[in-house]
Design a binder for this molecule. Structure first.
Ligand code: GSH
Length: 181
């Protein structure tokens, strides 16, 4: 039995939720409200770092969303969601890690705007905007004539990037100039 501890607002969590759906797996969804519920002893017993997502598979607890995706790919290999070719796999992993390490932190700068709160530091926002443009240009350079990163089929690269790229228009960053939308 698979159980996902999840918060719909979290891109880290949504990437696991989408992967479970794409793989057609049955799972129980436990919503954690990240306004404090993550610090309850019951949840800290599952993840001492108080982060969602956590996936529990028959009593085995997995924290860290990218580790969860790797686990799911090996444990439930159909449909395959990572390329087998070395270069294609590198491209998929690059997209995942650039999303987590570059794009998501830059997009988070726009969080106050997204939540309708007073805006942040204009200098930081300008830098974040430049970073997002650099990432999108870089992602575009990794695409070839195939519809997905390094693949003819949907991969975990699109799942990870998609949960962040998808919110960019809602914080005022248009995707119309890019072949990624
Ligand atoms: N590196 C972790 C990050 C997880 C993470 O930061 N989750 C946030 C939600 S996006 C969270 O649980 N925040 C509440 C907290 O840390 O107390 C992963 O990829 O799973």
């Amino acid at each position: 039995m698979l159980t996902l501890y999840h918060a719909p607002i979290s891109p880290n969590s949504r990437r696991v939720w989408i992967t479970l759906l794409e793989k057609g797996l049955e799972f129980e969804l436990v919503e954690i409200k990240v306004d404090g519920e993550q610090f309850k002893p019951e949840f800290l017993a599952i993840n001492p770092f108080h982060h969602i997502p956590v996936l529990v598979d028959d009593g085995f607890n997995i924290v860290e969303s990218l580790a969860i995706l790797d686990y799911l790919e090996v444990r439930y290999p159909t449909p395959a969601m990572l390329p087998k070719d070395a270069k294609d796999l590198a491209i998929a992993r690059i997209v995942q890690l650039v999303t987590v390490n570059e794009l998501l932190p830059a997009a988070t700068t726009f969080l106050p705007e997204f939540l309708g709160l007073p805006g942040g530091d204009p200098e930081k926002i300008e830098k974040a905007q430049q970073k997002i443009t650099t990432v999108l240009k870089f992602f575009e350079s990794l695409l070839d004539n195939r519809p997905y990163f390094g693949s003819e089929n949907l991969t975990l690269a699109e799942v990870v990037a998609g949960t962040v790229v998808d919110v960019l228009p809602s914080v005022g960053i248009s995707l119309s100039d890019w072949s990624l939308d």
